[in-house]
Design a protein around this ligand. Structure first.
Ligand SMILES: Nc1ncnc2c1ncn2[C@@H]1O[C@H](COP(=O)(O)OP(=O)(O)O)[C@@H](O)[C@H]1O
Length: 175
């Protein structure tokens, strides 16, 4: 049995996954490793194609999951990625789906200098709740939590809530 949980933080690009994960690493009562899965895909070459026009990668999921498996199986990991359905159902103890108002999300993505159509695509995905649906159809409803990420107060409250969840997890899994 793992001594620390596996937490998936997901949501449309720009909803605040990395910001949440970094703060969570600082505030967690148990040491957690933050894995920015999108960065891993790029750095470690876990992709089959790169689309210049969309600035997006076609992920080699087999390679990615093979690399993640031994790390995730030890526990104590935050998986930060804009999708979550590729992971085996047994992996996460908690799946956090971050949500953001679409006009605010648009501004955040504009700052990243994404191509217009990529901003539009992500914005529509947020409005259509694509990632939330993905999480709900991939994992048991009791481990999926939808959290608003539109202000610093939301960020603080969300991280405090996850820290509390970790403390409870720890109490339930000791001995
Ligand atoms: N709850 C929040 N309130 C205000 N700004 C936020 C919040 N969460 C994230 N941001 C800002 O939005 C931008 C995108 O956040 P980031 O964590 O990189 O998103 P993601 O990892 O989901 O792509 C950053 O500039 C970050 O500071």
């Amino acid at each position: 049995m793992n001594s620390a949980p596996v937490i998936v933080i997901t949501g449309t690009p720009g909803t605040g996954k990395s910001t949440h994960a970094q703060l969570l690493v600082d505030e967690s009562p148990i040491p957690l490793q933050h894995i920015n899965v999108g960065e891993w895909v790029k750095e470690k070459g876990f992709y089959t194609e790169y689309d210049e026009e969309w600035q997006s990668y076609t992920v080699d999921e087999d390679k990615l999951l093979d690399e993640l498996e031994p790390i995730v199986s030890k526990g104590g990991v935050i998986l930060d990625w804009h999708t979550c359905e590729a992971y085996p159902e047994r992996w996460p103890d908690l799946v956090v789906v971050l949500r953001c108002d679409h006009s605010q999300l648009w501004e955040r993505l504009e700052k990243r200098s994404y191509p217009l159509k990529k901003i539009q695509e992500n914005n529509e995905a947020e409005i259509m709740e694509v990632v939330l649906d993905e999480a709900r159809s991939s994992y048991p409803s009791e481990i999926v939590v939808e959290l608003k990420s539109e202000s610093m107060e939301d960020l603080q409250a969300n991280v405090a809530r996850i820290v509390e969840w970790i403390a409870n997890w720890k109490a339930q899994h000791s001995n």
